[in-house]
Design a binder for this molecule. Structure first.
Ligand SMILES: [Zn+2]
Length: 451
């Protein structure tokens, strides 16, 4: 019998994600500022991260040094025209696709990948050999070079202050699509797209060819709308027999438009890799670890990372799992096999984190899952029946001092390496997927950005 901690603790529902929403969970009311994981313990220092040029140099260095690595430029960013890189390593039968930093202010996945590539490219251990023999790993180290290297007032400069931000710097122009996709477009001083809302469930989608009826146009600003596609138009099979004839969705809400060159490059990379496994790395806002020790009036510990597995009807119906009513049947386009593998993929990283022992590294939490149809996981995984995983290490780069970088990179390296190893040696199949639901649900202090 599996325990369900989140039921015991009375956390019934997490309204996650989706539509620009927040991790509202139970609250935040019990968070006390100034905890060991409070933001801004040191001044923000973007110099601590690899800029686009440095990242490119590091990748080329690994490529030159090792014939195990294949480096390819698969696109360029919309604003700066900086390279979007793809690295492939290993030649095994299992294919894994991994993307980092689709949100520019979420850099630690890219940093972790550089460390890992160095290990895999030159290491001679049995561990490394096993990974390379059994896995083909395709990595897009930095999907959003514009957001990662936002320089000067318009983000496009070469000199001046470097900042990081969530969006790229692509501007919507009349004719790009019928309406501006309110789900993905940021119309601030320097407009841009949230590219994790920008993928299309149609891999060859041509914006502006979309059916006008698919749009829900906003009354207060009729230039903007949401692209909701009727289920019968969706190109996926309903793979899971249990939802046949009982599809809870009339439309897939907030599908992306594939407008951005970065989204198109990632889509192509994904389809070429034909992955069995797909991982996307992010950062999150501050999140309480609900199982942190009672320290009286002392601060609660924060979660070092939240994870999220996409899944569907096979698990939604289980006692204790149907916790988010709007989720309906989860993702109805995943096979039962992919659902199970997704839960294992996420839980194995939790198991790995627990090996650090009591302290800040074993404080993993999970998100309740609801499909976000313009996202990498929900738009692309069904294309190849890939299992999926979302990483969200705590704090965007403008909320954390540089002392924290080492910590978020460390948990990421540990998670990625454990994942590669356990897929390679087959032991991922020994993970009990239901243990995933024992991970405490993330209780957002606040997450103003969603995922
Ligand atoms: Zn993100």
């Amino acid at each position: 019998m599996h325990r369900r901690r989140f039921l015991q603790s009375g956390v019934a529902a997490v309204a996650l994600a989706g539509f620009g929403s927040t991790v509202s969970a139970q609250s935040g009311s019990d968070y006390r500022p100034g905890g060991p994981w409070a933001p801004n313990e040191r001044a923000v220092n973007y110099e601590a991260y690899l800029d686009n040029e440095q990242l490119g140099e590091r990748l080329k260095q690994v490529d030159r040094r090792s014939d195990r690595v294949e480096l390819e430029q698969i696109g360029e960013s919309a604003g700066r025209g900086d390279p979007v890189w793809e690295v492939t390593i290993g030649d095994g039968d299992e294919s894994l696709h991994l993307i980092n930093q689709i949100h520019g202010d979420e850099p630690s996945g890219a940093e972790a990948v550089v460390k890992i590539l160095n290990r895999l490219a030159s290491g001679g251990s049995r561990r490394v050999e096993k990974i390379l023999d059994n896995l083909t790993i395709t990595i897009v180290p930095r999907v959003n070079p514009d957001g990662a290297n936002f320089v000067g007032d318009d983000g496009l400069g070469t000199e001046g202050e470097l900042r990081q931000r969530r969006y790229n710097t692509s501007t919507w122009e009349e004719g790009d699509s019928r309406y501006i996709n309110a789900n993905s477009y940021y119309s601030g001083d320097v407009p841009g797209y949230d590219m994790n809302r920008g993928f299309s469930v149609f891999p060859n989608f041509e914006p502006f060819d979309e059916d006008e009826d698919w749009w829900t146009v906003l009354k207060d600003d009729p230039q903007f709308g949401y692209l909701d596609i009727p289920v019968e138009e969706v190109p996926f099979d309903l793979r899971d027999p249990t939802v046949d004839g009982d599809n809870p969705y009339k439309v897939l809400r907030s599908v992306g438009l594939n407008l951005n060159p970065e989204n198109r490059a990632v889509t192509e990379s994904f389809l070429d890799a034909d992955p069995d496994w797909a991982i996307t790395h992010h950062h999150q806002g501050p999140t309480v670890d609900p199982e942190s020790p009672d320290q009286g009036n002392g601060p609660q510990w924060q979660s070092i990372m939240s994870v999220m597995a996409p899944f569907g009807p096979r698990y939604i119906g289980l006692d204790g799992v149907d916790y988010a009513s709007y989720v309906g049947s989860g993702n109805p386009y995943m096979s039962e096999d992919a659902q199970t593998r997704s839960l294992r993929l996420n839980q194995l990283v939790n198991e790995q984190a627990q090996q650090f022992g009591k302290g800040k590294f074993n404080t993993l939490t999970r998100y309740g899952y609801g499909p976000l149809w313009g996202s990498y996981l929900d738009a692309l995984c069904p294309q190849t029946d890939a299992a999926g995983m979302l990483y969200e290490v705590s704090h965007q780069s403008d909320q954390r001092g540089h002392k924290a970088i080492g910590t978020t990179v460390k948990i990421t390296v540990a998670g990625f390496m454990a994942t590669f190893e356990r897929i390679a040696d087959g032991s991922i199949s020994e993970v009990d997927e239901l243990d995933y639901f024992d991970m405490p649900l993330a209780q957002g202090i606040e997450n103003p950005f969603g995922r």
